[in-house]
Design a protein around this ligand. Structure first.
Ligand code: MRU
Length: 346
């Protein structure tokens, strides 16, 4: 299984697969400074809700590596400032503030030198990494029962291994089914504008030897009309207490199309993606990204410079369109009430 985020060889930086270069080139990069960490998250070199939480926590450690010579109060100021900058890189996925808050709480519990605080932070980031891996595996094991032999799964964006520290969320049941010898196949929405579906989902599935077919986002309805899709599984960036959830732009349309055709629509996510503080989807902040991501396609002008551009990175799908959530704690059926879930299961 690929490792989208891990410690660098010397244990002091964050080793990522640079997802901007895929599928043409496979490049690994070590992030060592605050600027490198923030730039990698903001430009989607590392992306996907769980992966940015893990990379944010580990990146905080890397960004403080050269600061242990500071006195206690200067070190604490640097920790607060670095955490705030990493947290602000992307607003929608709750995994990022969830991970940063865990790191700050761990540091607050240490009465010691900057070196000792950094050691505790390194330990906490490693726990976040390992827990994410374990949560992905549990999602896969809880979800695999939903895939009949020969199941044809439609997914949107990339919620696979590249989006987490482990085997992914939406793709975890697919990987577990494949491990057990089931003949499942995946249809991957291309996912405009940044093509996470065609560039990343198709790449990692092909690499794993799982049959994958790429379609452009507008083609899902006709595939479902022909009876070619058995179920949809997507990931999530933030799940509200009532089951409304944010995910990659286009997810909402896919959920409506699935409902129209009677195709089950599942959302796979770890506990770290549930935001019990948000009552419903209206309160989820949606990241707006640069117009050039839509105006140009990888360097080529595809809309006139004069046209206004609408480019939200995510949309919110009402919980009523979700057949079930596949979580690390099990499959959750409606009516949804995540308010009592707490934020994390160790
Ligand atoms: O902008 P991205 O590529 O970070 O968006 C990713 C998604 O929307 C994923 O579906 C979501 O983060 C879940 S990843 C397990």
């Amino acid at each position: 299984m690929i490792e989208a985020v891990r410690w660098s060889a010397d244990g002091r930086g964050v080793r990522i697969i640079d997802q901007r270069a895929l599928p043409g080139e496979y490049i690994e990069r070590d992030l060592r400074t605050l600027d490198e960490v923030c730039d990698a998250i903001a430009t989607l070199a590392v992306r996907g809700a769980p992966a940015i939480g893990v990379a944010g926590a580990m990146g905080l450690v890397a960004s403080l590596d050269a600061s242990t010579g500071l006195d206690a109060s200067a070190f604490s100021g640097r920790l607060t400032a670095n955490a705030a900058r990493i947290r602000a890189t992307r607003p929608t996925a709750v995994n990022l503030p969830w991970a940063i808050d865990r790191m700050l709480a761990r540091a607050a519990g240490v009465r010691g030198t900057p070196l000792e605080i950094l050691a505790a932070l390194r330990d906490e980031a490693t726990r976040i990494l390992e827990e994410d891996r374990a949560m992905c595996r549990r999602i896969g094991e809880h979800g695999v029962g939903l895939l009949a032999p020969g199941a044809r799964v439609l997914t949107h964006c990339n919620a696979g291994a590249l989006a987490t520290a482990g085997m992914g969320t939406a793709l975890a049941p697919v990987y577990v089914a494949a491990e057990r010898g089931a003949q499942v196949s995946v249809f991957a929405d291309e996912t405009r504008p940044l093509l996470q579906g065609s560039r990343l989902t198709a790449w990692e599935l092909a690499r794993a030897g799982i049959p994958v077919t790429v379609l452009t986002d507008g083609m899902a309805a006709s595939l479902m009309h022909r009876g070619s899709i058995d179920l949809c599984i997507v990931g999530a960036d933030r799940i509200a207490a009532n089951g409304d959830f944010a995910n990659k732009i286009g997810t909402y349309a896919l959920a409506i199309v699935a409902r129209h055709h009677g195709v089950p629509f599942y959302v796979a996510a770890p506990t770290s993606t549930i935001d019990t503080a948000v009552a419903d989807g209206d309160a989820i902040v949606i990241e707006q990204r640069n117009a050039d991501e839509v105006r140009r396609s990888f360097g080529h002008l595809i809309a006139p410079e004069e046209a206004a551009i609408y480019n939200p990175a995510f949309d919110v799908t009402p919980g009523e369109l979700v057949t079930a959530f596949i979580t690390d704690r099990g499959v959750v059926l409606p009516p949804y009430d995540f308010a009592a879930w707490g934020t994390h299961e160790a």
